[in-house]
Design a protein around this ligand. Structure first.
Ligand code: SF4
Ligand code: SF4
Length: 435
């Protein structure tokens, strides 16, 4: 099958150092401190339901969803609450409100089970959000306003370096298929399609062998951003999601591999979302895919890989195309964190050059999978011309970074778009609140 989505780029996939590393659970030691951010999802921060000094068990609810778009949060360990209103290092806002707790033992397997029975209620109670990075509460996607026909399980993992979904497709194949079929049955869908990329042939084989003819498995060409929701829908079904519409408007819902497994674990093991698999790679001594508790500082994961293999230049959370530079190694693992990529001073052959003037080459336009004109958008964004940005469809930007990747002048296009979108969202929220 040829990739049918528009434009895109071909960065080196850089997955070899971790794609054969089986998932390892990281050890928790008694006395370890955890910071659990209250904003690990799109929408309203969760509301703490614990107090200082309270003893909690793994899986116990510690913060509840505080609105329609919000998500529950559970303790990742047995421990004692230190504070329910601290501020912790967090990538999105530099600091975020969090619950602080200290582990009281190293047990990691027993947990307080969920008690719900219906799928949507279970997923909501479990605090499951989109684990591919979007962090949108999954129970909302699973109770769509319109009836979808197709579930696409997003196993493209097109970001360079990341291999956690690849390992999960290989190591938890039956559970992944069972989770996907459970969603199919619950929403009375016609089809379940697993979409992955050709550089994961072993996962494709495992899914086809285990899935038999209960699910369709499609291996797509390696092209970035194949795993973008709209790009994946286009590649697999040929359908375009119209501007301002959602995938469900064309009869499709998309869930990431890790999310579908979290749904499986919630439904069949009654397990809330307290852990996730994170790829830790780049300049570490032993790149790994680590099953880590939410709230554990990322420094512990880097240490679990033998530490950095030299002096750290920077650490990127997520992949190099869409990720965010970590400003601190105390940032905790959060529900949407799929990768930690360490860059060493020696290995960075040339430091990222400073941006140079645009030479109007239009490479960014030819690369943009959303059909935008990044060069034009950048011009309006720099001048804070928000009406023009709306006309040129800034909100359709999926922040994939393909424009940055091809720009010969090293302009920080994606970054300025991300900032402008945030400013527009804040202005809109202030307008709603009469601010
Ligand atoms: S403008 Fe947005 S969608 Fe287009 S390439 Fe740049 S980051 Fe990606
Ligand atoms: S790729 Fe860079 S230099 Fe070329 S038009 Fe776009 S912004 Fe300008």
């Amino acid at each position: 099958m040829n990739s049918k989505f528009f434009r895109g780029v071909h960065p080196p996939d850089m997955k070899k150092s971790s794609n054969a590393a089986p998932i390892e659970a990281i050890e928790v030691q008694a006395g370890m401190n955890f910071f659990i951010p209250l904003t690990q999802h799109t929408g309203i921060p969760a509301r703490p339901v614990v107090k200082k000094g309270q003893i909690v068990r793994t899986g116990e609810l510690i913060a509840e969803a505080a609105g329609f778009i919000s998500a529950n949060i559970h303790s990742p360990v047995n421990g004692v609450i230190n504070a329910a209103d601290v501020f912790a290092d967090y990538p999105m806002n530099t600091r975020a409100q969090a619950i602080s707790l200290t582990a009281s033992d190293n047990q990691n397997t027993d947990f307080v089970p969920l008690k719900e029975d219906l799928l949507v209620n279970t997923v909501k109670a479990a605090g499951i959000v989109g684990m591919g990075g979007a962090m949108f509460p999954s129970h909302i996607k699973l109770s769509p306003q319109k009836k979808p026909d197709i579930l696409i399980v997003n196993g493209a993992e097109c970001e360079p370096y990341l291999t956690c979904d690849h390992r999960l497709m290989l190591e938890r194949t039956p559970e992944l298929i069972r989770g996907a079929l459970t969603i199919k049955e619950s929403l009375k869908l016609k089809r379940v399609i697993m979409g992955t990329e050709a550089n994961k042939a072993d996962a494709v084989n495992a899914l086809r062998t285990t899935g038999q003819n209960r699910i369709e498995v499609i291996s797509l060409p390696v092209k970035y951003p194949q795993g973008g929701e709209r790009q994946l829908i286009k590649s697999i079904t040929g359908k375009e999601v119209p501007e301002g519409k959602l995938p469900v408007d064309v009869g499709v819902i998309v869930h990431n591999v890790s999310t579908v497994l979290a749904v499986h674990d919630a439904v069949y093991m009654h397990k809330p979302l307290t852990h996730r698999v994170v790829t830790v790679t780049g300049g570490v001594k032993k790149p790994k895919n680590i099953l880590a508790p939410i709230g554990m500082p990322i420094s512990c994961l880097i240490d679990a890989c033998g530490g950095p293999d030299g002096d750290i230049e920077k650490v990127v959370l997520g992949g190099p195309m869409t990720g965010i530079c970590a400003h601190s190694l105390n940032i905790p693992v959060y529900k949407g964190l799929n990768g930690i990529v360490v860059y060493l001073k020696d290995a960075v052959k040339r430091k990222t050059p400073s941006p140079r003037p645009c030479i109007r080459c239009a490479r960014c336009v030819r690369a943009c999978p959303a059909g935008l004109s990044p060069v034009t958008l950048e011009n309006f964004a720099a001048k804070e011309m928000y009406k023009e940005l709306a006309v040129w469809k800034l909100m359709d930007c999926i922040e994939c970074g393909a424009c940055n990747y091809v720009c010969p002048s090293f302009r920080h296009l994606k970054n300025i778009f991300r900032l402008s979108k945030k400013k527009i969202a804040v202005t809109a929220a202030e307008g709603k609140n009469g601010g």
